[in-house]
Every structure is written in structure tokens, then in C-alpha cells.
Design a protein around this ligand. Sequence first.
Ligand SMILES: [Fe+2]
Length: 244
Amino acid sequence: MKYGVFSDVHGNYEALRAVLSFYRKNGVENFICCGDVVGYGPQPLECAETLRALKGLSIVMGNHDAALVGKMDLKWFNLNAAWAIDFARTQLTGQAMDFIAGLPERLETKDFTLVHGSPRKPLTEYVLSESQFADNVKGWTVSPCFIGHSHMPLYFRQGETGIPEADFLKPAVKVPLANGPVMLNPGSVGQPRDGDPRAACGIYDPEKRVFELYRVFYDVEATQKLMAGLKMPAILSERLSFGF
Ligand SMILES: [Fe+2]
């Protein structure tokens, strides 16, 4: 059984549709989402409803999701991010809102652990360094631990000498996972920040213990047109062209 692993959709429905279509073409029927369904993008309702209906999905709450439902104060967000969360509050009602409100902060299955930020701070920590990985390493038992939040495709592990190591994940390179604790970030579907504007997503094969990152083209301009129509902050739209 393979898992499609993705994160930080952020209301970008064009990107989400492209990623789910990519998974369908590759026969992937189980999914892992590391949180942040809403925020930044123009179609938070469509993203929430699509994920609510997605069979075989394991998903946790991100910090933008938490802010949407009042679990985090908007003071922790910059003005543009707060604008988009306020906008999402006008879009999501009923079952879509209940879906986001009911997301757990952490999940553990026989195949993986799942949090948005980090095991010790599921909603707030950006794991970007080897030392942060090392500081978290006792916080989960089932590896890999999938994370999101930073929007950067990253792979953390303990090297043969026990010293923590980190690499950027490159597209279309099969990564055999190291023994011991391993942390993986599949990058962002809806707002990549690693200089590649294509949607990022991954496929995890627990039997072979292999993870592979992919980049999927989507109609960036279609998303940007919707954002312009909604008069969303220009920077949120412009950054999608560059993936920063
Ligand atoms: Fe995010």
C-alpha cells in the first residue's frame, strides 16, 4: 500500500486538484496530509470539502486551521496571513468548519507519525535544522514522522554515527529511508517556498521504506485570477509565480 503525502494546501484548489489527479494516475489510494488546509489561498472551502470527502485520508490540524476555528490567536500571524484566515471564516460553514475543527494535532499509525509542526510543538515549530530534529527525536516512536509547516521538502535522519543529518528532497529521486528515527516534510501543495512554483507532494511506500518527492504543474494563473477578483493581498498571489 502506498501513501500520497502532501501538506500546506492553503486554499489553493487548483494545486490540490492537480496533485490528487497525479495520485489517481499513479494508483495511490491512501493519503497523508500534514495540515494547513486553509489560509493564504482563494478557495479554502473547496479544499476543505475535497479533503473531507477524500477516502483513505489521515490528516492533522495546521496552525492556519487552528486559527480558523479559534484555537490560535490571530496575533501570531502576519497581516496578510490574518487577512486570508478572516476570509476563510467567511467561506467555511457547517460541515466544512466542523471537519477542520475536529482535526487532531497528532496522529500515530503502524506506518507513520503525523504532526504539522513538530512532535513537541505540533502547531508552532518550524523544523529546519538538524539540531531541531535531534531535540524532537524522542517525541515519536513510529517513523517516519511526517511534518509540514515550513513548506520546504526536507529529510532528517540519524547518520551511521548517530549524528543528525538533513537534506533537501529532490524531485523524482527515490529516497530509501534510514533505520531509526526519520522525519520527512513533503513541501507545500499550495504555496511552495523553495524556489519551485510547482505543487510539491510525495509518495511513501511503507513496505519498501522508500519516499519519493514529486513536483506537479498546476494552473498558477487561474489561482492568481481568483485572488485578484477577491482583492487578496498582492504578495500572496505574486509569490506563487516564483515559489518563494
Ligand atoms: Fe503552512
